[in-house]
Design a protein around this ligand. Structure first.
Ligand code: LLP
Length: 413
């Protein structure tokens, strides 16, 4: 475990989190590099066949985090020009970058073309035609796969479920063959693969297996129509434990066995786009308690970070474990843990049982390494937190705390 209590004080690897807070202040995101490395290796080791792991940059786009994966040989799954910029800066090889997303603009396509990425995951016929036009202008042939929507229910939160007919993602399974045939006729398109991604935070990998079986069937049909597929991109989605009492982490070995079984018999390179699994439990958000108050029967613990720093509880009603930075045997308190933002939806937890943490002491929000900082904003004109990366007994600031001047950069009176 990257984060553990020793004599009632929280450590990350061999560093006391309290020492980081003393130097860097609050709120602060703290990451464990060795957790990231070990999650990557665990994922990588599970697959026996030809594969690459493209870290989903949207989960945590800090340069030092992306670089950690680049050094392990990872590629990147990107969804914007900004993520491409970050991935390249952090040292990801362009030939290991896949570009997903429903709304890639001409400008973004041009950028990615210039970098010679592994492939574009195309999500509509409009996009296919646009990519072909841009490629023609540049005198290039572009490697693509279609993101096919297998219409399989991933049984996760509706906001992060993507593989159903009613979702905006991908091309419908039943229309995929026809689209591949259209793409085959386009001069500047080079069909290389099929991609699918049915959702995020899946604690049961069976829906990914079911989707894989459907995709394998499609590949057979494509082959009989003379379309060669050499890459299958299975997307991301493997979940992590947020609630120690309720969640059970899926077995990566089972997941690997299921996916490899579904595509057994094909000569394929498998691409994976994990985000949360690699970084989610390798990060925490540390925040200081500012005040307590009670409105009638309701108790509030008010802290110095809010939904602008960590949006997941407000947006998805997501559960995060919250514990004191230093356990002191104070009495337990049932309270809402809320931030400073002027919104009723600004909470990290509701009716939560926690050892009372006095004003001026700190709480730790766990499992904040994925979709934490990346979804943060400056709402209420709050500078965003610092990010710190720990390795062994050392830590360093990998993103400075924002200052007031950062808030108005580019603005004019
Ligand atoms: N590939 C594609 C095409 C995706 O859309 C996503 C996530 C991933 C890979 C990575 O999925 P992961 O392995 O991290 O589950 N903000 C939400 C999660 C949104 C996920 C969006 N797509 C949250 O905080 O739970």
């Amino acid at each position: 475990m990257a984060f553990r209590y020793v004599d009632n004080e929280l450590y990350v690897e061999n560093v006391k989190v309290g020492d980081i807070v003393r130097e860097v202040g609050t709120p602060v995101y703290v990451y464990s590099k060795n957790h990231f490395v070990s999650q990557f290796r665990k994922f990588d080791r599970a697959f026996k066949g030809n594969h690459i792991i493209c870290f989903a940059v949207k989960a945590n786009s800090n340069l030092a985090v992306i670089k950690t994966f680049a050094e392990l040989g990872a590629g990147a799954d990107i969804v914007s020009k900004g993520e491409l910029f970050r991935a390249l800066k952090a040292g990801i090889e362009p030939s290991k970058i896949v570009f997903s997303g429903v709304a890639k603009t001409k400008d973004e396509i041009e950028h990615a073309l210039e970098s010679s990425i592994l492939m574009f995951n195309v999500e509509s016929e409009d996009e296919l035609l646009n990519i072909n036009t841009v490629a023609k202008e540049k005198g290039r042939k572009v490697p693509i796969s279609f993101r096919v929507n297998p219409d399989v229910d991933p049984k996760t939160h509706p906001y992060i479920s993507t593989g159903l007919k009613k979702n905006k993602f991908g091309v419908p399974y039943d229309e995929a063959l026809e689209l591949y045939l259209k793409a085959k006729k386009l001069e500047n398109i080079d069909i290389v693969g099929v991609q699918f991604h049915i959702g995020s935070q899946l604690l049961d990998t069976k829906p990914i297996y079911d989707a894989s079986v459907r995709i394998a069937k499609l590949i057979k049909e494509l082959q009989s129509d003379g379309i060669e597929i050499s890459v299958v991109d299975v997307g991301g989605g493997v979940g992590i434990v947020y609630n120690e009492n309720e969640d059970k982490e899926p077995s990566i070995e089972t997941y690997a066995e299921q996916v490899e079984r579904a595509f057994n018999g094909f000569d394929l390179k498998l691409v994976f786009e994990p985000g949360r699994f690699l970084v989610g439990n390798g990060g925490v958000l540390v925040s200081r308690v500012v005040y307590h108050k009670s409105n009638g029967p309701k108790n509030f613990m008010i802290v110095d970070s809010g939904m602008n720093d960590l949006l997941r509880p407000s947006l998805y009603n997501a559960y995060h474990e919250i514990k004191p930075l230093v356990k002191k045997d104070n009495k337990m308190l049932k309270c809402d843990i809320v931030g400073p933002i002027c919104e009723t939806g600004d909470f990290f937890a509701r009716d939560y049982e926690i050892e009372d943490v006095k004003n001026g002491d700190c709480i730790v929000v766990f499992s904040a390494g994925a979709y934490g900082f990346t979804m943060s904003s400056n709402y209420n004109s709050r500078p965003r937190p610092a990010e710190v990366l720990v390795e062994g007994d050392r830590f360093r600031i990998v993103r400075k705390r924002e200052i007031l001047e950062d808030l108005i950069r580019g603005e004019e009176l």
